[in-house]
Design a protein. Structure first.
Length: 256
Protein backbone atom coordinates (compact mmCIF):
# COMPACT_ATOMS: atom_id res chain seq x y z
CA UNK A 1 0.00 0.00 0.00
CA UNK A 2 1.31 3.44 -0.91
CA UNK A 3 2.33 5.23 2.29
CA UNK A 4 1.57 8.62 0.69
CA UNK A 5 -2.11 7.80 0.97
CA UNK A 6 -1.94 7.41 4.73
CA UNK A 7 -1.88 11.16 5.32
CA UNK A 8 -3.89 13.85 3.56
CA UNK A 9 -1.61 16.86 3.27
CA UNK A 10 -4.52 19.10 2.37
CA UNK A 11 -5.36 19.18 6.07
CA UNK A 12 -2.27 21.32 6.63
CA UNK A 13 -3.39 24.11 4.30
CA UNK A 14 -5.64 25.95 6.76
CA UNK A 15 -3.21 25.73 9.74
CA UNK A 16 -0.36 27.02 7.55
CA UNK A 17 -2.50 29.90 6.30
CA UNK A 18 -3.46 30.80 9.86
CA UNK A 19 0.19 30.61 10.93
CA UNK A 20 1.19 32.88 8.07
CA UNK A 21 -1.52 35.40 8.92
CA UNK A 22 -0.53 35.25 12.60
CA UNK A 23 3.15 35.88 11.73
CA UNK A 24 2.42 38.80 9.41
CA UNK A 25 -0.08 40.43 11.80
CA UNK A 26 2.37 40.37 14.72
CA UNK A 27 5.41 41.33 12.62
CA UNK A 28 3.71 44.50 11.33
CA UNK A 29 2.08 45.21 14.72
CA UNK A 30 -1.43 45.11 13.31
CA UNK A 31 -2.48 43.61 16.65
CA UNK A 32 -1.53 44.16 20.27
CA UNK A 33 1.43 41.78 20.63
CA UNK A 34 0.95 41.69 24.40
CA UNK A 35 -2.28 39.79 23.78
CA UNK A 36 -1.62 38.12 20.42
CA UNK A 37 2.00 37.12 20.87
CA UNK A 38 4.39 36.44 17.96
CA UNK A 39 4.87 32.79 16.94
CA UNK A 40 8.58 33.03 17.66
CA UNK A 41 7.85 33.78 21.31
CA UNK A 42 5.50 30.82 21.48
CA UNK A 43 8.20 28.56 20.00
CA UNK A 44 10.76 29.71 22.57
CA UNK A 45 8.31 29.14 25.39
CA UNK A 46 7.32 25.77 23.91
CA UNK A 47 10.94 24.62 23.89
CA UNK A 48 11.47 25.64 27.53
CA UNK A 49 8.15 24.11 28.56
CA UNK A 50 8.51 20.80 26.71
CA UNK A 51 11.92 20.20 28.27
CA UNK A 52 10.63 21.02 31.76
CA UNK A 53 10.11 17.83 33.85
CA UNK A 54 7.14 19.48 35.56
CA UNK A 55 5.38 19.83 32.20
CA UNK A 56 6.09 16.22 31.29
CA UNK A 57 4.79 15.12 34.67
CA UNK A 58 1.68 17.24 34.12
CA UNK A 59 0.99 15.48 30.80
CA UNK A 60 1.33 12.08 32.49
CA UNK A 61 -1.02 13.11 35.30
CA UNK A 62 -3.65 14.41 32.88
CA UNK A 63 -3.53 11.31 30.68
CA UNK A 64 -3.64 8.98 33.69
CA UNK A 65 -6.52 10.96 35.18
CA UNK A 66 -8.37 10.88 31.85
CA UNK A 67 -7.94 7.15 31.26
CA UNK A 68 -8.80 6.22 34.85
CA UNK A 69 -12.05 8.17 34.79
CA UNK A 70 -12.82 6.92 31.29
CA UNK A 71 -12.41 3.26 32.25
CA UNK A 72 -14.71 3.70 35.25
CA UNK A 73 -17.36 5.61 33.31
CA UNK A 74 -17.18 3.42 30.20
CA UNK A 75 -17.50 0.21 32.22
CA UNK A 76 -20.53 1.58 34.02
CA UNK A 77 -21.94 2.84 30.70
CA UNK A 78 -21.67 -0.55 28.99
CA UNK A 79 -23.29 -2.25 31.97
CA UNK A 80 -26.10 0.30 32.22
CA UNK A 81 -26.75 0.38 28.47
CA UNK A 82 -26.88 -3.41 28.32
CA UNK A 83 -29.30 -3.56 31.24
CA UNK A 84 -31.62 -0.92 29.75
CA UNK A 85 -31.46 -2.53 26.33
CA UNK A 86 -32.16 -6.09 27.48
CA UNK A 87 -34.75 -5.39 30.17
CA UNK A 88 -37.93 -3.49 29.42
CA UNK A 89 -38.63 -3.43 33.13
CA UNK A 90 -35.27 -1.75 33.86
CA UNK A 91 -35.83 0.67 30.97
CA UNK A 92 -39.19 1.75 32.40
CA UNK A 93 -37.80 1.98 35.94
CA UNK A 94 -34.38 3.56 35.35
CA UNK A 95 -34.62 4.96 31.84
CA UNK A 96 -36.67 8.11 32.56
CA UNK A 97 -34.31 9.16 35.38
CA UNK A 98 -31.25 8.44 33.28
CA UNK A 99 -32.53 10.43 30.29
CA UNK A 100 -33.53 13.31 32.56
CA UNK A 101 -30.13 13.45 34.28
CA UNK A 102 -28.22 13.43 31.01
CA UNK A 103 -29.96 16.71 30.10
CA UNK A 104 -28.12 18.37 32.98
CA UNK A 105 -24.95 20.05 31.78
CA UNK A 106 -21.94 18.08 32.95
CA UNK A 107 -20.26 21.19 34.34
CA UNK A 108 -23.34 21.82 36.48
CA UNK A 109 -22.27 18.79 38.56
CA UNK A 110 -18.99 20.39 39.59
CA UNK A 111 -20.29 22.52 42.49
CA UNK A 112 -22.07 19.50 43.97
CA UNK A 113 -19.08 17.19 43.48
CA UNK A 114 -16.69 19.72 45.02
CA UNK A 115 -19.05 20.11 48.00
CA UNK A 116 -19.18 16.36 48.53
CA UNK A 117 -15.65 15.30 47.63
CA UNK A 118 -13.60 18.48 47.77
CA UNK A 119 -11.16 19.60 45.08
CA UNK A 120 -8.96 16.53 45.01
CA UNK A 121 -8.61 13.56 42.69
CA UNK A 122 -11.86 11.93 43.82
CA UNK A 123 -14.13 14.67 42.50
CA UNK A 124 -12.14 14.90 39.25
CA UNK A 125 -12.37 11.16 38.61
CA UNK A 126 -16.11 11.10 39.29
CA UNK A 127 -16.64 14.05 36.96
CA UNK A 128 -14.60 12.42 34.18
CA UNK A 129 -16.42 9.11 34.70
CA UNK A 130 -19.79 10.85 34.43
CA UNK A 131 -18.75 12.52 31.19
CA UNK A 132 -17.87 9.14 29.64
CA UNK A 133 -20.84 7.26 31.05
CA UNK A 134 -23.60 8.99 29.09
CA UNK A 135 -22.35 8.51 25.49
CA UNK A 136 -21.20 4.95 26.20
CA UNK A 137 -24.50 4.00 27.82
CA UNK A 138 -26.50 5.49 24.95
CA UNK A 139 -24.37 3.78 22.31
CA UNK A 140 -24.66 0.44 24.10
CA UNK A 141 -28.42 0.86 24.55
CA UNK A 142 -28.95 1.58 20.86
CA UNK A 143 -26.77 -1.36 19.87
CA UNK A 144 -28.57 -3.79 22.15
CA UNK A 145 -31.99 -2.59 21.02
CA UNK A 146 -30.86 -3.01 17.41
CA UNK A 147 -30.43 -6.78 17.75
CA UNK A 148 -32.78 -8.48 15.31
CA UNK A 149 -35.33 -11.18 16.05
CA UNK A 150 -33.35 -13.56 13.84
CA UNK A 151 -30.27 -13.11 16.01
CA UNK A 152 -32.31 -13.64 19.16
CA UNK A 153 -33.79 -16.79 17.64
CA UNK A 154 -30.31 -18.19 17.00
CA UNK A 155 -29.49 -17.72 20.68
CA UNK A 156 -32.72 -19.51 21.63
CA UNK A 157 -31.99 -22.42 19.29
CA UNK A 158 -28.51 -22.89 20.76
CA UNK A 159 -30.01 -22.80 24.26
CA UNK A 160 -27.93 -19.86 25.55
CA UNK A 161 -28.43 -19.00 29.19
CA UNK A 162 -28.63 -15.36 30.31
CA UNK A 163 -24.86 -14.82 30.58
CA UNK A 164 -24.18 -16.58 27.29
CA UNK A 165 -26.73 -14.34 25.63
CA UNK A 166 -24.94 -11.28 26.98
CA UNK A 167 -21.37 -12.25 26.07
CA UNK A 168 -21.95 -14.37 22.96
CA UNK A 169 -24.84 -12.52 21.32
CA UNK A 170 -25.68 -9.12 22.77
CA UNK A 171 -22.26 -7.54 23.20
CA UNK A 172 -20.76 -8.86 19.91
CA UNK A 173 -23.86 -7.81 17.94
CA UNK A 174 -23.89 -4.36 19.54
CA UNK A 175 -20.11 -3.88 19.27
CA UNK A 176 -20.15 -1.21 16.48
CA UNK A 177 -22.48 1.05 18.45
CA UNK A 178 -20.56 0.34 21.67
CA UNK A 179 -17.31 1.24 19.93
CA UNK A 180 -18.81 4.50 18.67
CA UNK A 181 -20.00 5.31 22.19
CA UNK A 182 -16.55 4.54 23.58
CA UNK A 183 -14.88 6.81 21.05
CA UNK A 184 -17.26 9.65 21.85
CA UNK A 185 -16.88 8.94 25.56
CA UNK A 186 -13.11 9.29 25.26
CA UNK A 187 -13.55 12.72 23.65
CA UNK A 188 -15.89 13.81 26.43
CA UNK A 189 -13.55 12.39 29.08
CA UNK A 190 -10.61 14.45 27.78
CA UNK A 191 -12.71 17.62 27.74
CA UNK A 192 -13.83 16.82 31.29
CA UNK A 193 -10.24 16.15 32.36
CA UNK A 194 -9.08 19.59 31.30
CA UNK A 195 -12.28 21.19 32.59
CA UNK A 196 -11.86 19.58 35.99
CA UNK A 197 -8.25 20.78 36.20
CA UNK A 198 -9.43 24.30 35.43
CA UNK A 199 -12.49 24.41 37.65
CA UNK A 200 -11.33 22.12 40.45
CA UNK A 201 -7.85 23.59 40.48
CA UNK A 202 -5.79 22.78 43.54
CA UNK A 203 -2.41 23.62 41.99
CA UNK A 204 -1.55 19.98 41.48
CA UNK A 205 -0.16 18.41 38.36
CA UNK A 206 -1.89 18.50 34.97
CA UNK A 207 -2.05 20.34 31.67
CA UNK A 208 -4.91 22.48 32.96
CA UNK A 209 -2.77 23.65 35.85
CA UNK A 210 -0.04 24.74 33.45
CA UNK A 211 -2.48 26.97 31.59
CA UNK A 212 -3.73 28.37 34.90
CA UNK A 213 -0.15 29.27 35.86
CA UNK A 214 0.23 31.06 32.54
CA UNK A 215 -2.94 33.03 33.14
CA UNK A 216 -1.91 33.93 36.70
CA UNK A 217 1.43 35.28 35.43
CA UNK A 218 -0.19 36.86 32.33
CA UNK A 219 2.17 34.72 30.28
CA UNK A 220 0.23 34.48 27.02
CA UNK A 221 2.95 32.37 25.39
CA UNK A 222 2.58 29.73 28.11
CA UNK A 223 -1.21 29.78 27.73
CA UNK A 224 -0.93 29.19 23.98
CA UNK A 225 1.60 26.39 24.49
CA UNK A 226 -0.70 24.75 27.01
CA UNK A 227 -3.67 24.99 24.64
CA UNK A 228 -1.66 23.48 21.79
CA UNK A 229 -0.46 20.69 24.08
CA UNK A 230 -4.03 19.95 25.17
CA UNK A 231 -5.14 19.71 21.55
CA UNK A 232 -2.17 17.54 20.56
CA UNK A 233 -2.62 15.07 23.42
CA UNK A 234 -6.36 14.86 22.71
CA UNK A 235 -5.65 14.18 19.03
CA UNK A 236 -3.19 11.41 19.90
CA UNK A 237 -5.71 9.80 22.25
CA UNK A 238 -8.45 9.93 19.61
CA UNK A 239 -6.20 8.54 16.86
CA UNK A 240 -5.10 5.73 19.17
CA UNK A 241 -8.70 4.94 20.06
CA UNK A 242 -9.65 4.87 16.37
CA UNK A 243 -6.86 2.40 15.61
CA UNK A 244 -7.83 0.18 18.52
CA UNK A 245 -11.47 0.31 17.43
CA UNK A 246 -10.54 -0.73 13.89
CA UNK A 247 -8.50 -3.66 15.19
CA UNK A 248 -11.18 -4.74 17.65
CA UNK A 249 -13.90 -4.73 14.96
CA UNK A 250 -11.76 -6.33 12.27
CA UNK A 251 -13.54 -9.64 12.76
CA UNK A 252 -16.87 -8.07 11.76
CA UNK A 253 -15.52 -6.82 8.44
CA UNK A 254 -13.92 -10.18 7.79
CA UNK A 255 -17.30 -11.89 8.24
CA UNK A 256 -19.21 -9.52 5.97
Amino acid sequence: MNSSRSFDWRGLVLPLLLLAAWTVATAFHWVDTRLIVPPAGVLRTAWRTLTDPQFQLGVLYSVARDLSGFVIGASAGVALGTLLGMSRWADHLIGPTFHALRQVSLFAWLPLLSSWLGYGEGSKLVFIALSALYPVALGTFEGVRGITLAQAEVARVFGFNRWQRVFRLVLPAASPQIASGLTLGLVYAWVATIGSEFLLANWGHGLGNIVIKGRAAFNVELIVVGMLAIGLVGTVLNRTAARLQARALHWRRANV
